[in-house]
Design a protein around this ligand. Structure first.
Ligand SMILES: NC(=O)c1ccc[n+]([C@@H]2O[C@H](COP(=O)([O-])OP(=O)(O)OC[C@H]3O[C@@H](n4cnc5c(N)ncnc54)[C@H](O)[C@@H]3O)[C@@H](O)[C@H]2O)c1
Length: 255
């Protein structure tokens, strides 16, 4: 699918990887609906991107809010071809922490935002995309999820986060198989360590040491490199039903 002039919905679009994706979509002449809980940042980012960007305050963990946001974006743009699930929270914590075992509610919240949030947007968007007019290749839409290398080598303190991201990896193939009859592709990107506001909260020496652990290139990833892969996924019709690591060959250690 051509990346130029696409109508896209990006969750977590107010910041980091999602914001870089919205920037790339708009730069290519497309429209980007930025779904995010961070209203101030979302409004400012949409304003900066101009008339082709639209901020819609949405909590992806709410099925009702997501359904309404997809409807609003689709009506505003007159169509929808690309969805990028970027909204996510870290939810770090040991299963047996200093204060005692992790509360199951905490674990459930991480699953609700990262995994069920991605599912909510995927199904709401696909229910519209299935009616798109197919292109010459038979494509009606592309959905890109965001997992993490923590889906494969989660560190100590990442039980909830890794479970949520492992769930995203797991649902990629069955949904891609199901949507194949509509010509809607489903892909997942598993980023290594990227320099985004999520990371900026960490002390500088931790950031440096994380960058040094990346074999090549020996640095943190740039959000633009994530957005580039979203474009490449759109453009290569054979990419479907799988998870692509974008990580400079890093393999996370236990801690
Ligand atoms: N930065 C990294 O190194 C890295 C590595 C692996 C995976 N990821 C994943 O990439 C995605 C984007 O991360 P980022 O680094 O850009 O983080 P970020 O914190 O910069 O952006 C995440 C955005 O999601 C939004 N968000 C959080 N909860 C939400 C909710 N319930 N509904 C709607 N929006 C919500 C936040 O407000 C924020 O704007 C996340 O899913 C993250 O887990 C990031």
């Amino acid at each position: 699918m051509k990346f130029e002039k696409l109508n896209a919905i990006v969750s977590g679009g107010a910041s980091g990887l999602g914001l870089a994706t919205c920037e790339r979509v708009v730069k290519a002449g497309g429209h980007a609906a930025m779904l995010d809980v961070n209203e101030q940042q979302g409004r400012e980012a949409a304003k900066k991107l101009g008339a082709n960007a639209l901020f819609i305050k949405t909590d992806v963990s709410s099925e009702t809010e997501v359904n309404a946001a997809v409807e609003q974006a689709k009506n505003a743009f007159g169509g929808l071809q690309l969805v990028v699930n970027c909204a996510g929270i870290l939810g770090a914590g040991r299963t047996l922490g200093r204060e005692g075992p992790m509360a199951s509610d905490f674990f459930a919240k991480v699953i609700q935002v990262n995994l069920i949030g991605s599912f909510n947007l995927t199904k709401a968007a696909a229910s519209f995309m299935q009616h798109n007019t197919p292109n010459a290749e038979g494509e009606r839409g592309v959905i890109v999820n965001t997992a993490s290398v923590a889906a494969f080598e989660g560190q100590i303190g990442q039980a909830a986060y890794s479970a949520s991201k492992g769930g995203i990896v797991g649902m990629t193939l069955p949904i891609a198989r199901e949507f194949s009859r509509f010509g809607i592709r489903v892909m997942t990107i598993a980023p290594g360590i990227f320099w985004t506001p999520m990371m900026a909260g960490m002390p500088e020496e931790v950031q440096k040491s994380l960058g040094a652990q990346v074999p090549f290139p020996s640095r943190l990833g740039k959000p633009e490199e994530y957005a580039l892969l979203v474009q490449q996924i759109c453009e290569n019709v054979m990419l479907n039903g799988t998870t692509v690591r974008l990580d400079g060959a890093i393999r996370m250690q236990p801690k």
